[in-house]
Design a protein around this ligand. Structure first.
Ligand code: ATP
Ligand code: FE
Length: 366
């Protein structure tokens, strides 16, 4: 059996085919990143047009690379939630079109669940495990008990870490540096931070420090970074396209504060799991995934925590941490093998822009 996976939830058109021996037969990814960079952010209409334009060649190309046709495919897995409605709609419509034409079932996929479960494709990770998902639109901690069975421990009460990296990078004009001109804001911040000489010159707050729950907040951090940045711009009389001289130090300070916050909350989650017996002593595993998980500074900080708490830490390879079609095909395959969510009544399927992974178990605990 072979599963075709389609991803269009945000600004990447992704596709992949995986067989029931868990082998990746082919994959394709079209990133709209450079186009959105010109607009200073994702414009949903533009994203939709690009998905519409690219979906057919991306899917056909993926099948061709594996020397397959639709008749070789057992089911089509597609991201239906959460994401930008206009983007999700293109993936769903195309998946339904293929499913009707070739008489195949559809396996609906939750984008964040796919980010979490794809780690199982590369490592031997048994349920239940702890997951920290850090991306452009989300920040959450959950216990993954099974496919479709997540216990949410905490989430961001405002924005996501990738989002603040992207916004701050834009305000700092990092893309004017040729080396950073074609990469994501998060990657640019990481590279700039590595060149810092005095990150401690900037004092940043530790978000939600007085709360004992596992929620996150990044808005305050973003505001303080932008304030420091503004002060330095005024101080140095910065004009137009110039960067502040302390840009590397400020990036490092932001990255350190973000890591500290993530480690702090993850530690809380581990304590909570221990108290409630949600994670067994012989299976203490932490999976870190989502685009921001590519960040080595953050990953190393979490590794130190895991070392202290006797957790094993796993993260998918960089390509699988950011959006891709492989994780959708993988989620489809896991569901196919267990006979979960295999839908033949296509009219019953629709997209959902917002879709929490469950109810937050711990909230607002001082
Ligand atoms: P979501 O999965 O929540 O819907 P998304 O799909 O847009 O959001 P991903 O593709 O998973 O997000 O991740 C993209 C984000 O990851 C961007 O915000 C980007 O800046 C960030 N990112 C990528 N590489 C790094 C890095 N090395 N350090 C920090 N952030 C990074
Ligand atoms: Fe994502």
């Amino acid at each position: 059996h072979k599963i075709l996976g389609i991803e269009t939830s945000c600004d990447d058109t992704g596709c992949a085919v995986i067989n029931d021996k868990c082998e990746l037969l082919s994959e394709s990814l079209y990133s709209q990143h450079l186009i959105h960079l010109r607009h200073g952010g994702i414009i949903p209409d533009v994203a939709q047009d690009l998905h519409r334009y690219n979906i057919e060649p991306i899917v056909s190309g993926t099948l061709q690379k594996a020397k397959l046709t639709m008749s070789d495919i057992s089911a089509i897995a597609v991201t239906l939630k959460p994401g930008l409605p206009l983007s999700l709609a293109i993936g769903m419509k195309y998946a339904k079109h293929l499913a009707r034409r070739h008489n195949k079932p559809i396996i609906p996929v939750h984008h964040m669940e796919a980010h979490a479960l794809v780690a199982r494709m590369q490592y031997n990770i048994r349920f239940p495990f702890l997951v920290l998902l850090i991306s452009g639109g989300h920040c959450l901690l959950a216990v993954v008990q099974d496919i479709n069975k997540f216990k949410l421990l905490g989430e961001s009460i405002d924005c996501a870490p990738g989002e603040i990296f992207d916004k701050v990078a834009r305000r700092m004009k990092l893309k004017n540096v040729p080396e950073y001109s074609k990469i994501s804001g998060g990657q640019a911040v990481e590279l700039a931070a590595a060149k810092a000489t005095n990150p401690n010159m900037f004092k940043l707050p530790l978000p939600l420090a007085e709360y004992k729950d596992c929620n996150f907040s990044f808005n305050g951090l973003k505001t303080s970074v932008l304030l420091h940045h503004h002060r330095k711009e005024v101080e140095h009389k910065i004009v137009a396209d110039e960067l502040i001289p302390e840009v590397n130090d400020l990036c490092a300070a932001m990255l350190m504060a973000t890591s500290k916050h993530l480690v702090h909350r993850t530690q809380r989650a581990m304590e909570f799991c221990h108290k409630r017996n949600l994670i067994s002593e012989d299976n203490k595993l932490l999976v870190v995934s989502g685009g921001v998980a590519c960040n080595d500074y953050i990953f190393n900080a979490l590794s130190i925590l895991c070392n202290e708490t006797n957790y094993k830490i796993f993260r998918p390879s960089h390509k699988l941490c950011t959006d891709n079609g492989v994780m959708i095909a993988w989620n489809g395959l896991e569901k196919w093998k267990r006979n979960i969510d295999i839908v033949t009544n296509l009219d019953s399927l629709d997209i959902e822009a917002v879709s929490p992974l469950g109810q937050n178990l711990i909230s607002n605990v001082k």
